[in-house]
Design a protein around this ligand. Sequence first.
Ligand code: SF4
Length: 413
Amino acid sequence: MEKKGCSTLHPQSMCPAFGGLRVLTRIDGVQVCLAADQGCLYGLTFVSHFYAARKSIISPELMNVQISGGSMIDDIRRTIDEIALDPSVRFIPVVSTCVAETAGIAEELLPRRAGNAEVLLVRLPAFQIRTHPEAKDVAVATMLKRFGAFESDKKPKSLVILGEIFPVDAMSIGAVLQKIGVESVIALPGTALEDYIESGRASACAVLHPFYERTASLFEENRVKIVKGNPIGANGTGQWIRRVGEALDLDMEVVAAVADEEAAKAREVLARFSGIKGKVIVAGYEGNELPVVRLLLEAGLEVPYASTSIARMALGEEDHRVLSMLGTEIRYRKYLEEDMQAVIEYEPDLVIGTTSLDSFAKERGIPAIYYTNNISARPLFFAAGAATVLGMISGLLARKSVFQEMKEYFGGV
Ligand code: SF4
């Protein structure tokens, strides 16, 4: 829906298909076959090399003549056969994007196997899937629908952790889960086809990011319990550990002891940073911004405005309620213009935003950092995550005057 006063003339988010490619290109033995026009191929190859698995994408040449000339499906099938000549390729996702003809490819016209590889159509049209986080959900759900061993018996005390996380967070989660008696953990989006097969046998799934709603429904429909939330901040940490314990029917005495211990460690960190004061705006497009805001609020910072590219979703409702109660104005499916307006209105001491918003803030002498490179590239969970994020923020707030001096210096040139 168009928002008043917001531009529709420039893209407000990166190409959604990128999110799906990020999930798919990381799987061992994969070779993506992209069914898109050459313009999409150019951009998506570029971003996938930089931000995904540094793998090339193969595509049939789909220019107007092939798309409208009726040879498209034969071209795609021929490309699949060529890819499958390589015996090391085990999986060929055929990714269709925005061009109407490719978005509407009939799955029945594609093979299910070629050479040593499984072939799977993954539809990622931007007109339907609006953002790259949501495209990750579509890719994971499509994979699970085909490969998940949902018909098998469930493995007790086995958990799927759903959501891309920083490697240190994965290690901390693993250590805590082991302490409370979880016997097996599978991380999705995974790097092996087997991760998707095995996930169907898990008893519960901890959904760390709110945009995995299709995947969460699929798990629920197949008797896998859903654990909401994430171990961010003191309250979130304790609550998350207890929820995992309940979902997997673990020894709740042990679980409660670990939950209290981890929450206390996080609380100590929050107390250590209780002296930091400031007004922060958080405006990313990764879809996991609200739990970060929750951490900042728990540490006593003021967050008058937060925005994200994704829609308001049921899995994010708890955070929505807490943040609204504490006075944060939240924008979903945000426009850059709304974020800029918030910078003008709230005059923050720090912006954690997108690159365009950061430039806008810096021109005003306000410290600003890129959410994706600074938040998504750091641990966030448990006490260690809180210490890392709050340490970085307190450092930036302390150097606020430097940005003002820079503005004055360059303003005088
Ligand atoms: S046309 Fe669609 S698939 Fe192609 S680059 Fe743009 S948003 Fe992405």
